[in-house]
Design a protein around this ligand. Structure first.
Ligand SMILES: [Zn+2]
Ligand SMILES: [Zn+2]
Length: 80
């Protein structure tokens, strides 16, 4: 195989890999109140301060306020 083709292949693989890494960035969610796009790890919306996550009363895991059950222990959330 000519050396240029080899380098081309290596570059191609490099670009494919780096693209995969870039697309694996933090998951984005939308604020239920102002629709602002935010990091899914945030507990509060940085724009309108809407509470997005709360702790499960049973296992203390961080759960989305829209979820009816805790996905970690199955505890039924009480409505606010
Ligand atoms: Zn918001
Ligand atoms: Zn739980």
């Amino acid at each position: 195989m000519p050396i240029l083709a080899c380098m081309g292949m290596a570059l191609l693989i490099y670009f494919l890999l780096s693209e995969n890494i870039a697309s694996r960035e933090v998951e984005k969610i939308k604020c239920s109140k102002c629709k602002h796009e935010i990091d899914s790890s945030y507990e509060f919306c940085p724009k309108c301060q809407e509470k997005l996550k709360e702790s499960c009363r049973k296992c203390n895991s961080k759960i989305d306020t829209n979820w009816r059950y805790c996905p970690y222990c199955g505890n039924i959330k009480k409505s606010r």
